[in-house]
Structure formats: structure tokens, C-alpha cells
Design a protein around this ligand. Structure first.
Ligand SMILES: Nc1ncnc2c1ncn2[C@@H]1O[C@H](COP(=O)(O)OP(=O)(O)OP(=O)(O)O)[C@@H](O)[C@H]1O
Length: 253
């Protein structure tokens, strides 16, 4: 298994935010994390990224608990694209993406042509190469999001965690990004609200409600009209798309 979590619980005061969550994601899989607002998706992702210590339970990569992995080593393999990622306002786009290379360098190792190539490639992948010299502050919301994703790609991770990465993106870039994530030879866990994207692009889904995992499995198996009513209180009609063969959700009013 590429990344596993066993019986993770995280609380704030007495409030249980992540409640005894276990999951196992195998190498190269793209897993969508679904659930209503406040169900604990971001909190769980922060724990999986090693940014927050759970009160109980363990997170492991390749079977090794992340508490035993030095921070820099963990940063070399696990990338995290946060929902509201912060960036120093005065930086140029290319310099933001260069930050992704930091875990791969010691204080004495120099910047190489290979690093430059990796950064260029990451910018190209998210369609931002032509903005390389632009200042961060002048970017639109969607462009900032794409730069954050480029930074994560420049990290060349083996696991990538993304918190609502298509937020702010126009539909072209939403599709492009979801396709990219699903095709990356990297283990990906993606918090996502668009159920049709989850169906089209994810190998498996984990559904959270009130901090707990209430369903998991392939999109085909778990995306049902009953589950969507139960979890989101929306009426739907689900059919197999004649175009891509995956489940397509129609929302009813
Ligand atoms: N540091 C904190 N202190 C207090 N409450 C917190 C803290 N972090 C998260 N919470 C609460 O935990 C719950 C889960 O939050 P979280 O951001 O993980 O949900 P989410 O599923 O990612 O939601 P969304 O879909 O809105 O992004 C929310 O009720 C939130 O208010």
C-alpha cells in the first residue's frame, strides 16, 4: 500500500473532527474524498500530509509510520495542495514553483539544469509557463491554484494530496486538471465536491460524514441515489453515461 491510515481520531477540545478513520490507497490510485461541508475532509488530508498529529491512530507510507520519517524526507515524497494555500506575495510565478524543489536539496547542493527543467515542465503541465515571470499578486484565483499545483508537481512526489483543487478553475482547466491527476503515475487523494468528476476520474471514493468514513469503494459501486440522498440530501437520477460509460448524476429539483 502506498498510503494507509489506521484508526485516526483528531479532536478540538471535546469535539471529534476526524472519528476513527481507516483507509488504504494503493500505488498510483486516484481516490476521491467526498462529503458535505465540515465533514472532516481537509482535517483528514492535513493529518495524512503529516501537518497535524492525530490524537490516536497512525498514518503510514509504504508501511512505515510517518512519525518515524524525517520531515524533509516526507516532504520529498508527499505533496499537499491546500485549499487556501498561502504564498509570499512578492514572488514571481516561477519562484513559487521552484519552492517545490527545496526538499530535494541540501543547504550545499546547487540548483541544476535538471531542476530548471522540472520547474518548466510543471509550469507547462498546468498551462502556466507563459506566466512564469508574472508576480503572484497579479494572478487570478484560478491561475494561483494552478501555480500551487505546479509547485506540488515540481516536488516530484509519490503521493499527492489535493484539497478541492478545481476550486476557482474554469471548466476547461477543471477537466484538464482532473484528467492530469487521474493519469499521473502518483498516488492521489483528492477532496472534491463535483460528483460527476469524482465518477469520471477517480478509481475509488471515500465518503465522509461527521468525521467518519461512511462508504468507500469504486464510483460504480457506491454512487447511488440512496447514498446521495442520505449524505447530501439531494435528489438525483443516476445513469451510465453513453459517452464515457461511467455513472452520470442528474440533479433533480
Ligand atoms: N482548528 C480547528 N478548530 C476548531 N474547529 C475546527 C478546526 N479545524 C476544523 N474544525 C472544524 O472541523 C470540522 C471539519 O472541518 P474540515 O475543514 O475538515 O471539513 P471539510 O470536510 O474539509 O469541509 P469543506 O467541504 O467545507 O471544505 C468543521 O466543523 C470545522 O469547523
Amino acid at each position: 500500500m502506498s498510503i494507509t491510515a489506521e484508526n485516526i481520531t483528531w479532536k478540538v477540545g471535546k469535539k471529534v473532527i476526524v472519528d476513527n478513520v481507516s483507509l488504504a490507497v494503493s500505488q498510483g490510485q486516484t481516490v476521491g474524498l467526498l462529503g458535505p461541508n465540515g465533514s472532516g475532509k481537509s482535517s483528514l488530508l492535513r493529518i495524512l500530509a503529516g501537518l497535524r498529529r492525530p490524537h490516536s491512530g497512525t498514518v503510514a507510507v509504504d508501511g512505515k509510520s510517518i512519525t518515524g520519517i524525517p520531515k524533509k524526507q516526507l516532504a520529498r515524497r508527499v505533496a499537499f495542495v491546500e485549499q487556501h494555500g498561502m504564498t509570499d506575495a512578492n514572488m514571481r510565478v516561477r519562484d513559487v514553483v521552484k519552492l517545490g524543489r527545496i526538499p530535494h536539496h541540501s543547504p550545499f547542493s546547487g540548483w541544476t539544469a535538471q531542476d530548471d527543467e522540472t520547474v518548466t515542465q510543471a509550469l507547462k503541465t498546468v498551462d502556466m509557463l507563459h506566466h512564469s515571470e508574472q508576480g503572484w499578486l497579479s494572478l487570478s484565483g484560478g491561475e494561483r491554484q494552478r501555480v500551487h499545483i505546479a509547485r506540488a508537481l515540481a516536488q516530484m512526489p509519490t503521493e499527492i494530496l489535493l484539497d478541492e483543487p478545481t476550486n476557482h478553475l474554469d471548466i476547461h482547466h477543471q477537466m484538464q486538471l482532473m484528467q492530469l491527476i487521474s493519469q499521473l503515475p502518483v498516488t492521489s487523494i483528492v477532496a472534491i465536491h463535483d460528483l460527476n468528476h469524482a465518477s469520471m476520474f477517480c478509481d475509488a471514493l471515500i465518503v465522509m460524514q461527521k468525521g467518519r468514513v461512511v462508504a468507500s469503494g469504486t464510483p460504480q459501486a457506491i454512487l447511488t441515489e440512496e447514498l446521495l440522498w442520505e449524505i447530501f440530501r439531494v435528489k438525483t437520477r443516476i445513469e451510465l453515461s453513453p459517452d464515457h460509460g461511467k455513472k452520470h448524476i442528474h440533479f433533480l429539483v
